[in-house]
Design a protein around this ligand. Sequence first.
Ligand code: IVH
Length: 670
Amino acid sequence: MMKSEIAKRLEELKKALYEHNYRYFVLDDPIISDAEYDRLLKELSEIENAYPELVTLDSPTHRLGGLAAEKFEQARHSLPMLSLDNAFDTGDIHDFHQRIMKFLENSKDRILFTAEPKLDGVALELIYEKGILVKALTRGDGETGEVITANVKTIRNIPLKLQTSEESIPELLEVRGEAVMDKAAFENLNKYRLEEGQPLFANPRNATAGSLRQLDPSVTSGRRLSFYAYGVGIHEGAGFSSQIDMLKYIADAGFMVNPFIKGRISVDEVIEVYNDLLEKRPGLPYEIDGMVVKVDDFRLQAELGIKAKSPRWAIAWKFPSIQETTKILDIKVQVGRTGAITPVAFLDPVNIGGVMVSRASLHNADEIKRKDIRIGDTVFVERAGDVIPRVVKVVETLRNGSEILFEMPETCPECGGEVFQDKDEAVLRCVNVSCPAVVKEGIIHFAAKDSFDIKGLGESLVERLLESGLIKSAADLFVLDIEKLAALERMGVKSAQNIIKAIESKKTIEAWRFINSLGIRHIGQQTAVLLSEKYPDIQMLFKALPDELEKIEGIGPVAAESIAFFFHNPLNKAEIEKLFSYGVVLKKPEIKAAQGKFSGKTFVLTGTLPVMSRDEAKKLIESSGGKVTGSVSSKTDYVVAGESPGSKLDKANQLGIKVLGEEELIELLK
Ligand code: IVH
């Protein structure tokens, strides 16, 4: 290929990668598979390696991280990043409103606000020159922050290049917002760190800050952060005159703006939105610690101005605390699936944000020592949404000398067997593979949602099956005797039949679920998927060596070692053979999209369909090889419009896309 052609291909690849990245991470509406995305990225990376002079600042390959830095530079913000005054109740909000009205006595208009969830993460400033992300700073002390550009580029929902059309690209745009780690990603990260014996992060905010302060950006890249934009700093060539218009502008430029933001609302509505958010809070994927209320109109904002460090036109309305104090009644240890012996604090039950909490994991002996936790201590306990409750710290002033130091057991509390602590791990483990606790947890994992997904087979039934001797290992589930099962306490014939039916129905299983069900250390669902793709025949895994496994992208040395160790153990091999001999069959991998009339065609459904549900319509289209996406673009082939179709229909008409009614769709499908 000629160099000019290569440069052209490079531009095409970058453009496609921006678009697919945006669809995936901002719109949550991908139109190509992850494998296809990786293929495009690989092609780009190969061209860049061959022609380093063609690498630009906005290249999507920067998402993967790059060279590690020695230290972070400091830089001043062109406009200070302010902080906010706090409000704690509706009284404070009314006072805030009164203050504003008094200050703006000349303004005859009604004052309108925006209400925005206050995400609990790390504030960032992203600087775009001529539409390209050139620098990213932490808030720092508000005047000066740290330059963490390479790390920030790894956050997938941050555009490396603004999506504004060529002719309206702003000369300069500073976008401000919050980087966060989802609660689920935080739990996973800590679970991993616990297993690896690394210190735990106290909460998602600390995990976000820690991830952004990595000198090696490839570490940040692996941490799954997201960014929500809520403001701008200096901007030239971008026009907006209110908070809500500005948010719309930055959303159009490719940023994620929080979907729960409400604009141009009255004080009374502000209060409604607060109560609504408070209710939504436990179900949100990220942590929020309150709501930010801002005067919407920029002209009024300017008139109101700033006091020492915070603006008069905004306030942070905090949520009630989700920390309470209570007493540690006892500390006991539990033995998990991998033999990990975990100390758990049994608490004097306490209501934290509407949920009774009576236990909190203390993770390991190091954590107990670090926080100096003793039985009888009064402690702060925190619970945020579905984040597992944790002991924050001891109230030392309330000690009376009767507190008892906790010691980890010298033998396994379940089987009395030997315990062992690896030199580079913080956890103590029971090494007995037939320890009843290890076996029980293993079977619970075997039947769980991402494994065999056997309905009705939870902790209590597994316990009863083991205690009664009906099963000794997971494989025995497939040869359960229905009469003996029905004879169990609290069971009966009907329930027994249901359980057997549930087990039978899962005998044919996807390979990744099967691999996940084995409970191999360091192997979660994602790695199970990778393994099942590389080794469609499980027999091949019995021979796989660590070196070979490590070559699979996404599998590191620790996981590779663990997989090989597991499959070379004759006991594990025997259990797997037993599963197959009892009738477990692995499904052939599915051919992804069905072939058919609609192969390669993209549909968008909008409005209420008179006959079918939208789900049914989606299934029908997909079974004919078509794809259904959530938003209309130039790539959409058909829009199926029902009653009250809304803006998607307008967009389809603007773009000249063919619009079908439900009947026409059915006609086409015939
Ligand atoms: S506005 C003058 N809006 O809360 C504007 N801040 O003390 C100041 N935060 O660390 C910030 N969500 O990062 C604003 N929707 C939002 C926010 C938000 C979270 C954080 C911000 C800062 C703190 C404000």
